[in-house]
Design a protein around this ligand. Structure first.
Ligand code: TYD
Ligand code: MG
Length: 450
């Protein structure tokens, strides 16, 4: 009989130690080590291999084999559809809509082949109720309420599904190790066995993973290297918009995002996010500006708002929602020093409307414009969009893909774009669009107000 070994595993990062420690030396979290046991002899995790080495030129590529899920935004985030045998992890906060998204996806897939949705958190009846709201009617969609991995494998062997969903990886467990469900060892072992199943049988498998308080998928490092694709489903729970973002993708770009809107009857795909994000924009109001941001290869127009008001306390407040806090502090300093707008002693708030997060430097110039507009209490011309990176001396630097941004702005009826002089090279303005290149952020003030 195999010897049983006891060890301690950090439930945050998967670090293992032969003795208990108060603080994990790997991720520095306190009190995260828990006792776990394993058979000294682990099941081998070898992938079924085709045998002898093959020439790369003789291996047939499977680019044409991608399966479209029927949800365009999901296919986009996956890099153009599902790859046979791939293992996909969908992470996100509880209640963000992961189960809803996957039920809608398998509803489409259940018409292409046999789909098995393993619900380890809810009963089949609960899923059915949800399915009724979503209009689920696929011919070959099977539900299974099961938490034991051995049972799931047995059912998969019987049913031979073409698509598999495990909701969620944290609630299933295997008998081959003794640790509690949800512990790092269990999550890793179950995911490992599911990987062999997915690759061996060629079944594309979705795993749902919950996020821990610090924003990482429980057992994140142990799962992320194992799976082929990691998609994050994120959004502000108080807004209906949800963004599906690829964090890792072995079969495509990680820059792609899918945009959804949560409605009464489930998630609706948003093919034109710009229109949605600009729908409630107040025109002719100080402190509001439209920026053509880029999410992956996709330009999205969003509204950026700033509010500058004199502070009643000694230390003024600085709050940034949707953009980086440090980046905002830097831009405020540039406004102070290089553009000579006195913002010291002012409370400053910056917000990106619609709960979107903008992490690229191309929004610098628009942030400066919004701050100046609010401070001077003058509205920015409504038909103008602004983008560009701003350096520490106030110089405006070129950014990537200016043509995509300009085109999207023109499509939505904007007629003027203020952008870095450096991005103007070889850029043909679309019909009806006037391009204004600038070299220094101080030129902005003369241009944006009418
Ligand atoms: P759910 O998919 O259960 O989240 P997760 O699996 O990520 O925990 O989504 C639950 C939320 O979605 C819940 O707060 C209600 C909302 N929702 C709708 O607004 N409309 C719908 O049709 C459905 C099914 C859910
Ligand atoms: Mg769920």
């Amino acid at each position: 009989m195999a010897r049983v070994k006891t060890f301690y595993t950090c439930q945050q990062c998967g670090f293992q130690s032969p003795k208990w420690l108060g603080k994990c030396p790997d991720c520095n979290q306190w009190n995260t080590l828990a006792e776990e046991q394993s058979q000294a002899q682990q099941n081998s995790r070898a992938l079924p291999s085709p045998g002898k080495p093959q020439k790369i030129s003789e291996i047939t590529s499977s680019a044409e084999d991608r399966i479209l899920c029927g949800l365009g935004e999901l296919d986009r985030a996956l890099g153009g559809g599902l790859v046979p045998g791939s293992l996909i992890l969908i992470g996100g906060d509880p209640g963000i809509g992961k189960s809803t998204l996957l039920l809608q996806a398998v509803n489409q897939l259940g018409n292409i082949g046999t789909a098995l949705y393993v619900t380890a958190e809810e009963s089949t009846r609960q899923v059915k109720l949800r399915g009724e709201r979503l209009g689920t009617n696929a011919k070959n969609l099977y539900l299974l309420a099961e938490t034991s991995l051995e049972q799931i494998r047995k059912r998969v062997a019987e049913l031979k599904p073409d698509f598999l969903v495990i909701d969620s990886i944290q609630t299933i467990f295997t008998n081959s190790i003794e640790s509690a469900p949800g512990s790092v060892s269990q999550v890793r072992e179950c995911a490992g066995q599911l990987m062999i199943l997915a690759k061996g049988e060629g079944i594309p498998t979705f795993l749902v993973g919950h996020v821990t308080k610090d924003g990482s998928i429980a057992g994140p490092r142990v799962l992320e290297h194992l799976v082929d694709t990691v998609l994050y489903f994120e959004g502000d729970p108080s807004h209906p918009y949800r963004i599906l973002r690829a964090v890792k993708n072995r079969f495509g770009s990680t820059n792609e995002i899918g945009v959804f809107e949560m409605q009464e009857a489930g998630l609706r795909e948003v093919a034109n996010p710009s229109e949605l994000f600009l729908a409630e924009r107040p025109e002719k109001t100080a402190g509001s500006v439209v920026v053509p941001a880029l999410e992956g290869t996709r330009p999205i127009l969003v509204e950026l708002q700033a509010l500058v008001s004199s502070s009643s306390f000694g230390t003024p407040q600085r709050t940034a929602i949707g953009i980086d806090h440090k980046r905002m502090a830097l831009l405020i300093a540039i406004l102070d020093k290089k553009i000579e707008l006195q913002l010291a002693g002012q409370d400053i708030f910056v917000n990106v409307a619609g709960g979107v997060r903008l992490d690229e430097p191309a929004v610098d110039l628009a942030t400066i414009a919004a701050l100046a507009s609010s401070h001077l209490n003058r509205a920015i011309e409504a038909q103008t969009v602004i983008f560009g990176e701003v350096g520490l001396t106030g110089e405006v630097r070129a950014v990537s893909q200016p043509e995509l941004r300009v085109k999207e702005a023109a499509r939505l009826g904007f007629n003027r774009c203020i952008l870095p002089q450096g991005s103007l090279k070889n850029l043909k303005p679309p019909a009806g669009m006037k391009l204004v290149g600038i070299r220094h952020a101080s030129e902005l003030i003369d241009l944006i107000f009418n």
